[in-house]
Design a binder for this molecule. Structure first.
Ligand SMILES: Nc1ncnc2c1ncn2[C@@H]1O[C@H](COP(=O)(O)OP(=O)(O)O)[C@@H](O)[C@H]1O
Ligand SMILES: [Mg+2]
Length: 327
């Protein structure tokens, strides 16, 4: 995997043996909260020389190319250097820009931007609205700064609310009850994707779950929910059962099913079509992340009839990411 200056190292974000608060926030924050706006853009008929002036004045290393309000390409300092080396300073930007652009949506979770950076060696990704218009731009630096800001805020509010809520959780424990949350997920509905897992997370926080366990449930639930959005014909259901000692996440759908489960479980394997990858999804890390976050994991699938995934996170002390519980 190549990485570019200022990009985020996805491997360290996704594959540490413990989920950190920062990792949790990567899932929780949306791109809108970290992107830079307004965007400095150029027009396709401006010259490469003018591009250079613009980049220098703004102190940036690349810019989206916009024609009549529409995003048509992206051009970087590298393109400028190449153009100048060939003596093409008067060429229009159109001739040197990249037209195969990766974008992320402003409502996407920041993890999707991180995955997008991992999928291609780019330094910046244009951010588009649900309607497809350019609303911002995001770099690895933006993500890091957004995380630091969020960590700071989180740190100040966390302890107090966690302490207050923990009573409620004890009540549940003493009565040995369980709480069931159920959500229906629509296929390809990216504007609502992640909502079920966000609600589950909030519920567990209010119940006073240990932050580390809540984090693991939130990540597993998000990835499981996204698989229903991305890969199913008709969506599916997310069912979360909270018990005093464990949270079980079950997703079910009615197809298309997985033909090769072993490959599907491999990190980096994805059958997501190009247009979904271009939105920043489909990096093939979902099932791997779910497995690593859970103490019990099972995936059953039959082509033509559907898929059932179960991930269980133990809430007791001493359980670490992906490690089997002590019995
Ligand atoms: N509910 C599902 N129905 C059908 N296929 C699925 C489902 N969940 C996962 N898959 C398959 O498993 C692959 C790997 O999933 P995952 O690790 O989450 O990566 P990604 O979602 O980024 O492709 C998917 O590309 C898809 O082929
Ligand atoms: Mg997935």
């Amino acid at each position: 995997m190549s990485s570019s200056p200022g990009s985020v190292d996805t491997r360290s974000l996704l594959q540490d043996s413990d989920l950190t608060k920062a990792q949790e926030l990567v899932y929780e924050l949306v791109v809108r909260q970290v992107m830079t706006t307004p965007v400095v853009s150029v027009q396709p008929d401006q010259t490469m020389h003018e591009l250079g002036e613009k980049l220098r004045a703004a102190g940036i290393a690349g810019a989206p190319v916009v024609e009549q309000g529409e995003l048509i390409g992206i051009v970087s300092m590298n393109d400028l250097i190449n153009a100048l080396e060939r003596g093409s300073r008067d060429d229009p930007v159109r001739q040197w820009m990249t037209i195969d652009i990766l974008t992320v949506r402003e409502d996407d979770s920041v993890i999707e931007a991180v995955k997008a950076f991992a999928s291609r060696p780019v330094g910046r990704i244009p951010v588009v609205s649900a309607q497809g218009s350019l609303v911002g731009i995001v770099t690895g630096g933006d993500i890091t700064r957004g995380l630091v800001r969020a960590l700071d805020l989180d740190h100040r509010s966390d302890e107090v609310s966690h302490y207050r809520a923990s009573h409620i959780f004890q009540d549940i424990s003493s009565h040995d009850t369980s709480l069931t949350l159920r959500y229906t997920v629509s296929p390809r509905d990216f504007s609502h994707s992640g909502e079920a897992s966000a609600k589950v997370k909030r519920a567990l926080q209010r119940l006073g779950g240990r932050p580390e366990a809540v984090r693991r449930v939130a990540v597993a639930c998000y990835e499981a929910e996204m698989n229903l959005v991305i890969h199913t014909d008709a969506g599916g259901e997310v069912l979360v059962e909270v018990r005093p000692d464990r949270v079980s996440i079950t997703t079910t759908d009615a197809g298309p099913g997985i033909s090769d489960i072993e490959s599907a479980l491999e990190a980096g394997f994805s059958t997501a079509p190009d247009w979904i990858r271009d939105l920043g999804f489909g990096a093939g890390m979902g099932l791997e992340n779910i497995r690593r976050c859970s103490d019990e994991f099972s995936l059953r699938s039959e082509v033509g009839s559907g898929t059932k995934l179960v991930a269980v996170v133990y809430l007791g002390q001493g359980n670490r990411l992906g490690r089997a519980p002590r019995s």
